[in-house]
Design a protein around this ligand. Structure first.
Ligand code: SIN
Length: 221
């Protein structure tokens, strides 16, 4: 396992009477509003924790604007990547939100992405970046070849204030083709995600189907 000598990973649940008690996937916190920054700050206790694995499955794969100690391809099990979360702050606006990735539970599914080992202060920035409805959950990261570690992942559950939900891949492509926000166009988000997944050797029929439609403008028009 790629855990260096300084690697301490023992995430404790914060015992404050907040959503922090529910930091494991499968335990449901109260519905999240649109800005989850403050809630996330209380969800895990990083006291004496030197580094933490963070699993990225969306823009965190290809837009790495935070310091990290190492990174590895990783998979989490029982979850599928879906473009069902609204982006009011990065790839859309409050008036016209974009569509970005979240994870939805699905038995037997596997989601491959990139895991970063980060020092806890990195969450100052990442919590703000992922504030639009995402909550931090603890889960097991599978690095392959029998190696695994506990880590964190940001997931936007369907009861958050920015949730857009299920739509056909054609509808999603049309939506993405029309949206843009402070971080750029929604198409750029999707095309970069598809390219990053290909580079990782990760198959994702949902993302690739939306990508294919976006690349055929007549289909999304
Ligand atoms: C992630 O990348 O892990 C979260 C979703 C996103 O920021 O696109």
């Amino acid at each position: 396992m790629a855990t260096g000598p300084n690697f301490i990973f023992e995430l404790r649940m914060n015992r404050e009477p907040t959503a922090a008690r529910h930091d494991a996937i499968g335990e449901r916190p109260a519905p999240a509003g649109r800005d989850t920054t403050a809630v996330n700050r209380g969800r895990q206790d990083f006291t004496n924790v030197e580094s933490v694995w963070l699993f990225g499955y969306g823009s965190l794969i290809y837009k790495v604007d935070f310091p990290f100690l190492e990174r590895r391809r990783a998979t989490i099990h029982g979850w599928s990547r879906r473009l069902w979360q609204g982006s009011h702050d990065h790839r859309g606006t409050p008036e016209q939100p974009g569509r970005v990735a979240t994870l939805v539970p699905e038995q037997g599914a596997a989601c491959t992405g990139m895991a970063y080992r980060v020092a806890p202060p990195a969450f100052e920035h990442i919590d703000r970046r992922e504030k639009n409805g995402y909550l931090r959950f603890a889960t097991t990261l599978d690095f392959g070849a029998g190696n695994a570690s506990e880590g964190l992942v940001y997931i936007a559950l369907e009861d958050n204030g920015a949730w857009l939900g299920c739509a056909t891949e054609a509808q999603i492509a049309r939506h993405i083709a029309a949206a843009a926000g402070p971080s750029g166009t929604n198409s750029d988000y999707l095309l970069r995600l598809a390219a990053a997944l290909r580079e990782l050797g990760a198959d994702d029929p949902h993302v690739f189907a939306v990508e294919a439609r976006l690349r055929r403008p007549l289909d999304v028009g």
